[in-house]
Design a protein around this ligand. Structure first.
Ligand code: GLU
Length: 445
């Protein structure tokens, strides 16, 4: 790594002790930036790297709420407003017991580059809480969301900061959050949050967008080698919103999707994952993925193991960070893996990424491959701003165009910097230069 980068990285590690995932995300980006600084020494003079790694604002707050048995519970809430050079802060909220500042900052940092790649006018931010919605009643989730928003509302706004969902935050939570915002402010400010229901300001395709977009990106990436999803054996990790829609789009393109998972284990269905059954189990019964096999004779469940035990030509990690490690990658490569596209944020460990790239596997990092979600959030903001609502077909066409452009820009940037097919390099450099140029134009702020 170049000396200036090394120096800036050391500063980040020292200033943010213990934030392991944030360190990982920054290191991965910095490893791509050497050639950019050679061509643009003015970025160094203006301390763009140092400024990029220091969030513009970090908010941490108490979230008190009362559970169904009358006990007072306390969680911690976060909103990290990372960078607003390109537009209002934009990024989701994650409710998961693992959430702490290091997770929110890694996600916020990634979001800055991802949002830049979409070419939409959105900056980067992220938030959430260590609240665990699993096993909580609707009433408890509502009271938690209302308490969370009672603090958050003063920091957000359609021109300031626009949250959305992430792990543990879906349509139900967005409804409760928006309802409380509306009540406190007495404003029907649709553009303050995205991922809304379609009858109250949401956009068609937003629910599908992250999973669909990941597969559309992968399809275009496969095409660079004359391949397609048609007949391809695919394994997906996760079974939430991103995974379900990745499976749906891959199947529509002719893929044979044989496995998916949750944090407890995975299911294999050699006849192909039946989405009606998966949706019934996950969305209606709200049960773990193991319940899938109760409805599908012939399918089997493996507990306490990773889905990467199952052979695949295309792997789509759609669960969470660091869920595919070097051992998984080696096994998959030995079994004939051709491509990986990330529906989740940073699901592949750095060692695994290196192994995949050395083996010549096509690899699409999340900040490019899963950008369809936030891009469609920006389309939702456009519809809110004009008080319009677009058809499914029109919105999906916009999404497809955006994914194609992101793919091509990553590929062209990798070519330009002399490393064709390196989507990590392409995504990091293309994402970075747009934000860096805007920061320079806006002065030292
Ligand atoms: N949480 C999603 C992501 O990782 C979506 C964010 C948004 O729509 O603002 O990009």
């Amino acid at each position: 790594m170049k000396l200036q980068l090394q120096h800036a990285l050391e500063q980040v590690l020292a200033r943010n002790p213990g934030e392991r995932e944030f360190h990982q995300a920054v290191t991965e980006v910095f490893e791509s930036l050497g050639p950019v600084l050679d061509r643009n020494p003015h970025y160094v003079d203006a301390a763009v790297l140092e400024r990029l790694c220091e969030p513009e604002r970090q908010i941490i707050f108490r979230v008190p709420w009362v559970d169904d048995t009358g006990h007072v519970r306390i969680n911690r809430g976060f909103r990290v407003e990372f960078n607003s050079a390109l537009g209002p802060y934009k990024g989701g909220l994650r409710f998961h017991p693992s959430v702490y500042l290091g997770i929110v900052k890694f996600l916020g940092f990634e979001q800055v580059f991802k949002n830049s790649l979409t070419d939409m006018p959105i900056g980067g931010g992220k938030g959430g809480s260590d609240f665990d919605p699993r096993g909580r009643s609707n009433g408890e989730v509502m009271r938690f969301c209302q308490s969370f928003m009672t603090e958050l509302y003063r920091h957000i706004g359609e021109h300031t900061d626009v949250p959305a969902g992430d792990i543990g935050v879906g349509g139900r939570e967005i409804g409760y959050l928006f309802g409380q915002y509306k009540r406190i402010t007495n404003r029907y400010e649709s553009g303050v949050i995205t991922g809304k229901g379609v009858t109250w300001g949401g956009s068609l395709v937003r629910t599908e967008a992250t999973g669909y977009g990941t597969v559309l990106f992968a399809e275009r990436m496969l095409a660079t080698r004359g391949l397609s999803f048609d007949g391809m054996r695919v394994v997906v990790s996760g079974s939430g919103n991103v995974a379900i829609h990745a499976i749906e789009k891959a199947q529509a393109l002719g893929a044979h999707v044989v496995a998916c998972s949750d944090s407890r284990g995975y299911v294999v269905d050699e006849k192909g994952i039946d989405l009606d059954v998966l949706r019934q189990v996950r969305d209606v019964e709200r049960k773990p993925v193991s319940a899938y096999v109760d409805h599908r004779p012939g399918a089997h469940y493996v507990a306490d193991a990773r889905v990467w035990q199952v052979d695949a030509q295309v792997a789509l990690p759609c669960a969470t960070q660091n869920e595919l490690d070097e051992r998984d990658a080696k096994r998959l490569v030995d079994a004939g893996l051709l491509a990986v596209a990330e529906g989740a944020n940073m699901p592949t460990t750095p060692e695994a990424v290196a192994l995949l790239q050395d083996a010549g596997v096509l690899y699409a990092p999340g900040k490019a491959a899963n950008a369809g979600g936030v891009a469609t959030s920006a389309l939702e903001m456009q519809q809110n701003a004009t008080r319009d609502s677009w058809s499914f077909e029109h919105t999906e066409e916009r999404l497809a165009g955006i994914m194609a452009r992101i793919h091509d820009r990553c590929a062209e940037t990798a070519d330009e910097y002399g490393d064709p097919g390196n989507y990590v390099l392409g995504a990091n450099i293309a994402g970075f230069t747009k934000v860096a140029d805007a920061m320079l134009a806006l002065g030292v702020v």
